[in-house]
Design a protein around this ligand. Structure first.
Ligand code: SF4
Length: 336
């Protein structure tokens, strides 16, 4: 098996026990809010203005870099039973909302991995169907897409696949779908009438990252013929809160992640030194523009300086949320 070499450190395979408790599925009542704006980050990094709905937390798969490990005490999945409260809250808040809303359920969970057991994504899509200004994104590293055939208006839904290089997937992820299966699922979603999105987050710098990540970009364009169906693509270099590093250090699992030159940013997160991030985004931007000069690529949680130095700031003259609202509005047919 081929593992990427990061700074000449010999990365270890995942320890067997990592993530072993993640497959449990418990039920609970959520007494708080189901809809919250994306927490974004502080320190002047540009946020995309995403709105998060959380009917479920947890994942069922395991990624060494997963920040949920440091967020939740509960390792397994938790499904909130009081879906009627979720419905009421969303109807109430949407009645007071002006303009496009971009919802997602993939911030604190994988949106689709548990769909056969829970049916929760289909229920969320059905709930949002009446609103012409609303689009919802289901983000996944699984290929659990067959339950989505029950969604009546797939054109109002984005199925988003998180991507990485095959080498990184084999080193860092367990139970996620292999890369070629994610692309097969994306092709099927397009046939079913859904829009698609792709997320390269986290991107790691290792020996041949600058060749392997662009090769994955090529696979996107082998898969998607009608590029107007790509809602957006996000790019984000690996970053984490210090708590994740502390946790991984306990198992001596931190080294392949926290390699190369890293700094602590203004938001307290550990990330690659700025010139290294800019280099990644320039390489990725070029890889996309070779196929699609107006590819809807954006940077996740980056500073205006990085947008500028990566040569991408002219994409967002009115800011990142306005740019993405415009993309959503076009897909919904409410913006030309
Ligand atoms: S698929 Fe996503 S939510 Fe699940 S373990 Fe990996 S990073 Fe975490």
């Amino acid at each position: 098996m081929y593992f990427p070499v990061m700074n000449d450190q010999k990365p270890k395979p995942l320890i067997q026990s990592a993530g072993s408790g993640r497959k449990t599925l418990k039920k609970a009542i959520n007494k708080g809010e189901f809809w919250k704006p994306c927490p974004g980050t502080t320190g002047g990094y540009l946020c995309c203005g995403y709105q998060i709905i959380t009917p479920l937390t947890g994942c069922g798969m395991y990624c060494r870099y997963c920040v949920l490990q440091s967020y939740f005490e509960e390792e397994g999945r938790v499904l909130y039973e009081n879906f009627d409260d979720l419905k009421k809250e969303i109807h109430d808040k949407l009645s007071r909302w002006n303009g496009v809303v971009r919802f997602g359920t993939g911030e604190f969970a994988d949106s689709l991995h548990a769909e056969r057991e829970t049916g929760v994504s289909v229920a969320v899509a059905e709930l949002l169907e009446p609103y012409s200004n609303v689009i919802v994104e289901f983000k996944t590293k699984s290929t659990v897409i067959e339950p989505l055939a029950a969604i009546k208006h797939p054109e109002k839904v984005i199925i988003a696949f998180s991507l990485n290089t095959p080498a990184t997937i084999s080193l860092m992820e367990r139970d996620t779908a292999p890369l070629e299966e994610r692309f097969r699922a994306a092709a099927e979603c397009l046939e079913m009438g859904f829009n698609v999105a792709f997320h390269f987050d986290p991107i790691f710098r290792y020996g041949s990252w600058d060749k392997e990540y662009p090769s994955v970009v090529d696979l996107i364009y082998d898969t998607v013929r009608d590029t107007s169906k790509i809602a957006w693509v996000s790019l984000g270099c690996f970053r984490s809160n210090p708590a994740l590093k502390t946790r991984l250090k306990q198992f001596d699992e931190h080294l392949p992640l926290y390699s190369d030159e890293m700094i602590t940013g203004d938001d307290g997160k550990i990330r690659y030194f700025r010139p290294l991030r800019v280099e990644v985004y320039r390489v990725m931007k070029e890889a996309f523009y070779r196929h699609q000069p107006d590819a809807p690529v954006y940077l996740c949680m980056e500073s205006p300086e990085v947008w500028e130095e990566a040569g991408m700031i002219d994409r967002i003259p009115d800011g990142l949320p306005a740019y993405l609202d415009g993309r959503a509005g076009k897909l919904l047919g409410v913006v030309r």
